[in-house]
Design a protein around this ligand. Structure first.
Ligand SMILES: Cc1cc2nc3c(=O)[nH]c(=O)nc-3n(C[C@H](O)[C@H](O)[C@H](O)COP(=O)(O)O)c2cc1C
Length: 171
């Protein structure tokens, strides 16, 4: 699958088959995540892989918009270290998440990104997983083999693109 195809065909998956996900595939996706660009190459990311069903059930209980974590075979928690990149950690780690999602999709895996940073879910998730103070939880990502095929649309390119000056629509 080439990059454009992966970008255009990836969709958030919230329903998963019970088939286990191979550790090798998770590691390959994390490999993609760690090769993301970051400000000053600060790489302010750490990854926490959760497979334990009881822990996933607790994550699903905490995150009101991520109940399906109870049923996805794997959840990856993306942790940010502001000490490595105080101004840019949010964007840096977000880019690594997108790399992860695209790599997973290219391997036939479904994912869904659940925002955690600055939500009421962040502190309980930090406590549950023993994440040290000072680190931030950017998001959780559910991973598994898809059991749905959602459609989705995007705003038209011409509506969101300007040429040379804001508002100019022709080249
Ligand atoms: C920062 C961020 C936070 C998100 N949080 C959630 C969430 O809490 N629960 C959820 O089901 N989806 C969440 N999503 C997934 C979006 O709903 C989804 O990407 C969007 O609707 C577009 O659909 P697509 O990913 O299938 O193209 C989040 C996505 C992003 C980028």
């Amino acid at each position: 699958m080439d990059v454009m195809e992966a970008i255009k065909t990836r969709r958030s998956i919230r329903k998963y088959k019970s088939t286990p996900v191979e550790d090798e595939k998770i590691i390959e996706c994390l490999e993609a995540a760690r090769w993301a660009p970051s400000a000053n190459n600060s790489q302010p990311w750490e990854f926490l892989v959760v497979k334990n069903p009881e822990t996933r059930r607790k994550l699903a209980e905490i995150h009101r918009y991520g109940r399906f974590m109870a049923d996805s075979p794997v959840v990856v928690v993306f942790i940010a270290d502001p000490g490595r990149s105080s101004n840019w950690y949010h964007g840096d780690v977000a880019v690594s998440v997108q790399n992860f999602l695209l790599a997973a999709h290219s391997m036939g895996l479904g994912t869904c990104w659940m925002g955690v940073l600055n939500t009421p879910f962040e502190e309980p998730i930090r406590k549950l997983l023993g994440i040290p103070d000072g680190l931030r939880v950017l998001c959780t990502v559910s991973v598994g083999y898809p059991d749905e095929k959602p459609g989705r649309n995007r705003r038209p390119l011409e509506e969101i693109t300007h040429w040379e000056k804001y508002g100019l629509k022709s080249k």
